[in-house]
Design a protein around this ligand. Structure first.
Ligand code: S6P
Length: 606
């Protein structure tokens, strides 16, 4: 009997948590979870470094982020990392294909992804087209993002689930081309949008060379049925592996470790995506110009950059505090950036609604001349509404007049040419700046926090081409700091419990199952029951009809996307085994999600 119950307990546990602890004994509430050795995607796993990030000081928050970012370079456990010879060989091979494409008159390089992956695709395509344009060559880079251009600034999570849409967009952009390098970016090896495209490329290998870029081992690719399709992502990966063996496709998937906030692939995975794509294309452009390149040294330069940036931990943590104060006081954060630093600000801002349930006004990014500078496919999107008005002029007309003391404006200044209008300096809002040039201190006197990264120019970054590619380093430094700002500020606002964002929007398939995993993690109930609690919360009922249960996940998502506090409500109901309405009422008594969940979990046995 004892053996049977032990067996059953382990079996039940093994069937349970989707989100798990990577190291033993670190779960504050249920050490039993540490027993589980499950096939959890690393991009969805919990990082032991940040288990207590929700109760850490701002200095400690930034230090934890730093420790996790170091894993991008130092690797994760026994897995193949960034500097692994296999990774470097794959980078080299892809770069060689890219050189071949540059030489072809009808060649094209397509970078595609959803959410952050699509935004990084856009950034890289934009930057390298500029490199080509500056040397008088055809701009052959294209980006694709699920949800098209408006997804560059506002989150459009649902199109991520549509493989057919991915295929159609790929066909559209490559029409008439005979030689295409396609890089499908999906950090979790999970996005159906990208799965469809990779599959289409494999069906047309005479034109396409497909590359899968992500951060899980192949065997941990998503194996959940893709709606409206007959394959799972894992099946596509298996087909890719056959093509890799024939040198007709590539899989670039170094492991960089779990994200600081569980599943938030905008952070480390987004950074690693940028690093890898830049390394491929810097090496490609150099090879095209017959300049020797050293892939390992280039990667190493980013590792050095990471240390240079985090030397500023104390000022970054002051900025996090300032941003947290603003959000807590109901204020907003605006990034005003010059050149592609403005794009980095917009990318960071756009990720806050899906990640933290922030409103579209909470954090916004503005960039120099707006769409003129972006050079995006669909051009000026400002007629779509106020959230698409993105130039500094529009910031001055739309936002500045209403700025209050609780609002924070962060300037992202690339060089001396960045002047700030008098209008802003008259405002009573909080001001901060991140700058990459040395200037008179007076220039920044009005800023409560000023982060000076002019030393990037003189720091030995171990790369002889540093100066010519300097903008790429400025972008990444900005990304690290802004990710810290928005992550830290939302932690301070109480949006994160342990290292899990519990109030996520259930706006696509991945997030639906992540939500189920979160409920499992804290309630220890079987998966089916957790899914039922989630549905009960979505439909605000304790009595799920058979009709509701028989709907597809995509239907639940449509309903859930517009709703508030779906996951916390389901979580509370599952933990307390109470009615949905009672769970909602209980949550209403707390302003802060973190304290609500922590109180409820701590008192559940009382
Ligand atoms: C994650 C971000 C999401 C992802 C998107 C694509 O922090 O909010 O928008 O980028 O879901 O994920 P993946 O795994 O396909 O790159």
């Amino acid at each position: 009997q004892k053996e049977y119950s032990e067996f059953k307990r382990k079996k039940d546990l093994a069937a349970l948590p989707y989100i798990y602890e990577c190291d033993t004994g670190l779960n504050r509430y249920d050490p039993r979870l540490a027993l589980i050795k499950m096939d959890i995607p690393i991009t969805e796993a919990r990082n032991p470094v940040t288990t207590t990030i929700d109760v850490a000081s701002t200095d400690d928050i930034v230090q934890m982020l730093h420790m996790c970012d170091r894993e991008i370079f130092n690797g994760w456990k026994q897995y193949k990392g960034l500097f692994h010879p296999e990774t470097i060989a794959t980078i080299r091979q892809i770069s060689e294909v890219a050189v071949d494409i540059l030489k072809k008159p009808d060649g094209m390089i397509v970078l595609s992804g959803c959410g952050t992956s699509g935004r990084i695709a856009f950034l890289i395509a934009r930057n390298f087209n500029e490199v080509l344009r500056n040397s008088g060559r055809e701009q052959c880079f294209r980006y694709l993002i699920a949800g098209r251009d408006k997804a560059l600034f506002t989150s459009q999570e649902a199109p991520e689930d549509d493989p057919q849409c991915g295929i159609e967009m790929l066909k559209e952009v490559t029409a008439g081309r005979n030689r295409v390098l396609f890089i499908g970016i999906t950090c979790g090896l999970s996005a159906p949008f990208v799965a469809g495209q990779l599959y289409y490329c494999m069906e047309n290998l005479n034109i396409y060379t497909p590359v899968l870029l992500g951060f899980n081992p192949s065997n941990l690719a998503r194996n959940i049925k893709i709606e409206k399709w007959d394959k799972t992502f894992l099946q596509v990966v298996r087909l890719m592996e056959n093509k890799v063996a024939e040198n007709k496709a590539y899989i670039l998937n170094p492991i960089v470790g779990p994200e600081q906030i569980t599943g938030s692939s905008r952070m480390k995975s987004g950074t690693a995506t940028k690093i890898l794509l830049e390394t491929i294309f810097v090496s490609c452009v150099k090879a095209y110009e017959n300049i020797p390149s050293n892939i390992e040294a280039h990667l190493k330069s980013y590792q050095d950059l990471c240390e240079v940036v985090y030397k500023e931990t104390s000022s970054i943590s002051k900025l996090v505090q300032l941003a947290g104060n603003s959000l807590k006081a109901g204020g907003t954060i605006s990034y005003i950036g010059w050149d592609s630093l403005g794009v980095m600000g917009m990318i960071d801002a756009s990720e806050c609604p899906p990640t933290y349930g922030a409103s579209l006004s909470d954090i916004r990014g503005f960039v120099e001349t707006g769409y003129k500078l972006l050079n995006n496919i669909e051009g000026d999107l400002s007629p779509l509404g106020k959230y698409y008005r993105i130039s500094i002029d529009e910031f001055q007309s739309d936002i500045v007049p209403g700025l209050k003391e609780s609002d924070l404006v962060i300037l992202l200044m690339k060089d001396e040419s960045c002047t700030v209008s008098d209008i802003l300096w008259k405002s009573t809002c909080q001001k901060a700046c991140i700058s990459f040039y040395s200037a008179e201190k007076e220039d920044r006197m009005d800023c409560t926090v000023s982060i000076d990264l002019s030393n990037l120019i003189t720091e030995p970054l171990g790369n002889q081409h540093y100066k010519s590619w300097g903008q790429l380093y400025k972008e990444l430094s900005t990304k690290w700091i802004l990710n810290a700002v928005t992550t830290g500020a939302h932690i301070l606002k109480g949006k994160v419990y342990q290292n899990i964002m519990v109030d996520l929007k259930v706006s696509n398939n991945k997030l639906f199952f992540r939500a189920v995993g979160i409920i499992q993690n804290f309630s220890n109930l079987p998966k089916e029951m957790c899914q039922e609690y989630l549905l009960k919360s979505i439909y605000m009922t304790d009595d799920l009809s058979d009709d509701l249960k028989s709907l597809q996940v995509k239907d639940h998502i449509v309903k859930a996307t517009t709703m508030e506090k779906v996951v916390p409500t389901a979580l509370v109901a599952a933990i307390l085994k109470c009615k949905i309405d009672d769970a909602r009422k209980l949550l209403l008594q707390h302003h802060v999600i973190r304290t609500a969940i922590s109180d409820i979990i701590n008192n559940r046995t009382v």
